[in-house]
Design a protein around this ligand. Structure first.
Ligand code: BG6
Length: 510
């Protein structure tokens, strides 16, 4: 196991939702499982007027997010944990003199002997990243002469290619790329990391992982919830920026990439960038029109309850043209993937929450069993990211009896069957990696920019193009009807159910 040095975690935007909902519960788990170093302290920084005690109450002692996780035997620990947490009020805004903050950091460093090892976690809107970096640098808090200084930045990383480039430059004026950790919580999911292992630790899959054997690839990311209380943020973002540019293109890069020469951060990220750069960018309006679908959920009645349409949600413009559903078909321009279509969709207010990757293999070159329903009998490898995490292989077996009728059988594996059941949650894993200086599961500057390069023309067309269509789909349905038209050949998406082995089109709508 890597060494975790004594250190301090300084969270900017600490009174925001993410700190209480994700970061503190992840830190508590790390603390409970003895992953944090002996000398460890957390300093929350934001513009709310709170004392240390009030902050501890908010994010630990009275936090609804922690209550759910804590078992009776953890209660003593909670108290000890909360005493490691401090708070500093930055006053009016984040672009101010950080002298007082630097003094607080220095005092805590002396009291806890954290050896000047600091991680700054920016959980603020991205327009503050550069100002915070500059103000930290003004206090020499980027200087690694004594102790490491790392900067974790939250998504969204930019609004388009131009703003992402500007953001990268802005931060890199004050911190070296090796000090910057761009978080994408999907990379912290065990099942996403397992994509690498499935591919590169099994000689039965990798030889088939190319255009000779793969017909097409389908990725579905569906959420049952709507935009909830985040309407204000989401309406300026949309499914393509919120999920596709980051989480889904990360998954795509792991499927597309060539084998890295070693499992370290440099080699893996080099291959991921190469993969993202090989996505064929759609440059003309007609191509984008033919290969993308955007839609919004509209009000519907589910289980006797009326569900709001997107335009009726709080914080959303009643005439909004922001998509809550995005489906994109694209190709990858390299030797391995030539002519293999990728279909990727993401949406809110779908029948169930599920993320899965389906590798559809080509039919055997010479079909001798004419009877079989060839459409349904292709081999599939289904990699389930969430929930009911696992892997399913669909393959043909003979139906007992006369002749050679072929039926589909399942070969399935579930994570829940593993003996090691303590699977770290995404934020837990990613925080620990940053604490140990391992950036493998964080996005590099060129990776983020390559993803925006692919997404930008689609966003531009959706915003400014001629005859751009916005479809509607009933909340609780699998998107607009015509989304199936995107898929060549079979013309249907595999609509997965709540469980790995549920048959397609299975629906949970209550
Ligand atoms: C976030 C998006 O990055 O990911 C949210 O901003 C989305 O809109 C969330 O709901 C989904 O994450 P998960 O881990 O629940 O699939």
């Amino acid at each position: 196991m890597n060494d975790t040095k004594n250190q301090m975690l300084i969270i900017f935007g600490a009174s925001g939702d993410l700190t209480a909902r994700k970061l503190v519960p992840a830190l508590f788990n790390l603390f409970r499982d003895s992953h944090v170093p002996e000398n460890f302290v957390v300093l929350g920084v934001s513009r709310s007027n709170l004392t240390d005690i009030e902050f501890r109450e908010k994010v630990v002692l009275e936090s609804e997010y922690l209550k759910e996780k804590v078992t009776v035997k953890d209660y003593g620990l909670i108290d000890t944990f909360s005493k490691k947490i401090y708070y500093e009020d930055l006053g009016e805004n984040y672009d101010t003199n950080y002298e007082k903050l630097a003094k607080k950091i220095s005092d805590l460093n002396s009291a806890y002997n954290t050896e000047e090892n600091y991680i700054f976690y920016l959980s603020t809107p991205p327009n503050l990243f550069e100002a915070i970096s500059k103000n930290l640098a003004n206090q020499n808090l980027n200087d690694e002469t004594q102790g490491f200084k790392r900067l974790i930045v939250e998504k969204p990383f930019g609004y388009n290619l131009e703003s992402a480039q500007k953001l990268n430059k802005g931060i890199q004026n004050y911190f070296k790329e090796s000090q910057i950790y761009r978080i994408d919580h999907y990379l912290g999911k065990e099942t996403v990391q397992n994509l690498l292992v499935t591919r590169f630790a099994n000689s039965i899959f990798e030889p088939l992982w190319n255009r000779n054997y793969i017909d097409y690839i389908e990725i579905t990311n569906a959420e049952k919830v709507g935009v909830g209380v985040r309407g204000g943020y989401y309406d300026n973002s949309g499914a393509l920026r919120d999920m596709f540019q980051n989480h889904l293109l990360q998954i795509v890069s792991l499927i597309v990439m060539e084998p890295p020469i070693a499992a370290n951060s440099r080699e893996i990220r080099n291959e991921k960038v190469k993969a993202l750069r090989s996505l064929r960018i759609m440059r003309d309006e007609e191509t984008i029109k033919q290969n993308t679908i955007r839609a919004q959920y509209i009000s519907s009645n589910v289980g006797g309850k009326t569900i709001n349409g997107y335009r009726e949600e709080e914080g959303v413009n009643p005439e909004s043209t922001t998509e809550t559903y995005a489906a994109i078909k694209f190709f990858v321009d390299n030797w391995r993937w030539k002519d293999v279509p990728f279909y990727v969709r993401t949406a809110k207010r779908m029948p169930t929450k599920v993320t899965e990757v389906v590798i559809h293999f080509k039919a055997p070159h010479h079909q001798i069993f004419q009877d079989s329903d060839a459409l349904n009998k292709d081999n599939k490898l289904i990699i389930r990211i969430q929930p009911d995490e696992g892997i399913l292989v669909k393959f043909g077996v003979k139906v007992p009896g006369q002749g050679f009728k072929v039926e589909r059988a399942n070969l399935d594996f579930y994570y829940s069957d593993l003996e090691e059941t303590n699977v770290m949650e995404a934020y837990e894993r990613l925080l620990l990696d940053a604490m140990q200086g391992d950036a493998t599961l964080y996005a590099r500057a060129d990776e983020v920019e390559a993803a925006w390069k692919f997404v930008d023309p689609i966003l531009n067309y959706w915003k400014n193009g001629k005859d751009v269509r916005m479809y509607g789909y009933s909340a609780g349905a699998w998107g607009p009807e015509n989304a199936d038209d995107l898929i060549d050949g079979t013309g249907i998406w595999r609509n997965p159910g709540a469980n790995l082995v549920d048959d397609p089109s299975y629906c949970v709508i209550c």
